[in-house]
Design a protein around this ligand. Sequence first.
Ligand code: K7E
Ligand code: CUA
Length: 680
Amino acid sequence: MPIVTKAREVVIGALIAAAAGSIMYACATTKTTDLASGDAASKVYVAPGSYDQYYAFLSGGYNGQIGVYGLPSGRLLKFVSVFSQNPETGWGYNEESKPMLQTTYGTIPWDDTHHPELSQTDGVPDGRWLFINGNNTPRVARVDLTTFETTEILQIPNSAGGHASPFTTPSTKYIVSATRFSVPVPNTDVAIESYKKNFRGTLSFITADQPGKMDIAFQILLPGFNYDLGHAGKGPSDGWFFFTSYNSEQANEKLELNASQNDKDFIAAVNYRQAESCLAQGKARQVASEYFHNVMDEKSHQARAERKTSVRVLDPAACPGMVYYMPTPKSPHGVDIDPTGEYIVAGGKLATVIPVHSFSRLQKAIADKQFDGDVEGIPVVKYAATIAGEVQKPGLGPLHTEFDGKGNAYTSMFISSEIVKWKLGTWEVLDRMPVYYSVGHLMIPGGDSKKPWGQYVLSLNKITKDRYLPTGPELSQSAQLIDISGDKMRMLLDFPTIGEPHYAQALPAALIRDRQVKFYKLSENTNANVVKAESDGGITRTGKRVDIKMAAIRSHFAPDNIEGVQLGDTVYFHVTNIEQDWDIVHGFAVLGAENAELIMAPGATRTLKWLPKSPGIYPFYCTDFCSALHQEMQGYVRVSPAGSAVPLMANTSKKAMAQISGANADGRRSHDDHARPGGE
Ligand code: K7E
Ligand code: CUA
């Protein structure tokens, strides 16, 4: 009986907890509704045919992509394929883009993206490029904001977890990548127990202001902590970079406990101008390190992967004045520099305050040698000497801070699920906004720059719970848009987000909207297998390799019937979309292909590799609804047994071609009346 009673108690306890939970959520929901009352709807309503005010770029987290959303509506506009193969676009599946995913570990079909970073000019986002980090296999990528395509990926050697990345210097001279997981440098077979002796952290400075030419400018070798996030100085602190670290305990097991022992960990303050001068004086070591640099050529639409073999590494001991450690409570995550460049705000996950360091005090402390010893030769600056103030009782679990440009800071509180507004200089808390639930990063358009646009803050929440219609065990992540134009924050909108957007950045749409490439110029297409007219299409055999060059145009492929392919052949379909009209995209898919479809932007060439598995007839078709006769956009490949006498034939003869052209006049529509009939 006692056992039964006990069991009942447990059940009742669970019910109470569940009930309490739903009450909490119910209250929470009511509260949000209150907060969002009034004219919230009209503030986020973008009428049909109208545009959003901002482009927002949300990392896809473990989907390895970038989601492009409009604000204030929260409407999803696009996913940009970056580190992950994407069958929807053929990225990483077609022959042109495959080299983009090349690394020294082989072709990596996935990564974990955390931090989108807009390029800047003089500390202000300029709309040229968007960078993003690959967290798992450390890489950084450049996305061209005139095409929304990934154009460049650089692997980071001597790193194992590219988390503090790819934050930019004020004019995008460098972006950075710091290793989250320390490892032996160079990486080699050692006992994990030898962590303290053998494991090291690296900070990488990457040249970024020249498209197609990203490279590791230099690396700084640091003690084996976990380097977490970073931000460049600006204004008076221009020339410095700040990186948080945790696990200054250098624990190598049960970090949850063992890396939370010290009251303070460190922010590494890096004087990168000093690093540059040490480089110039030849104080760097050239270290053999293999990594890949992959570039998509804009004209040929063909990516190339280049293997690099060495980097320059600077040791702090060889370059005094380059690195200082600033003690910071406790296991700090974010480090954010205010628009004036004076304040360095840390988000100590386990801290009870938000500590704010002063750059000018740091300079004075360094000049006065106010040090508390050193760590492996890196001076530790006294906390009391650099601290400008502490925000008291801010909430629980401060992670990240952004700024509105009006003297206020906004910090995300992961544990207490709120955004806290506080004042720079007085450190007083001005306002709080509960968010649902467990906010990670928050984002103000331009909020980490010199000139924030300061109208909204977007809360990027980790846990959705009851916010939307449930979708099984895994629910979408959630973003919440909050109006910060007044004294008090006002909740405007919830919208679901795909993947796990850690961070986001946004800028006014006007900065990039009118610079969009509408189509690639066919006349400039230098792809080795381009066809610039239907009559250029054809088929060639080289041993067991068959190359088929095709044109795609509303609403047919030329050639559209192919015979003479044999079992054992490797077939390459090189399909060029010869349209020169905005938004007229064609697709290409073939029965039984083991990779994905091709999607060809107007003017672009894409190649699908195909290994037929048995003799027969294989249809191919256009996957993108391109015209009223899209369903007619198809063809066949005949596959014969090996050694068959069927001649190689791309049987769109001149005569047939003429007929097709005739039919084309009916099927073709101009851009203006182009419509995609639904339901087919
Ligand atoms: Cu805080 Cu990876 Cu920037 Cu997630 S990170 S939240
Ligand atoms: Cu081309 Cu549908």
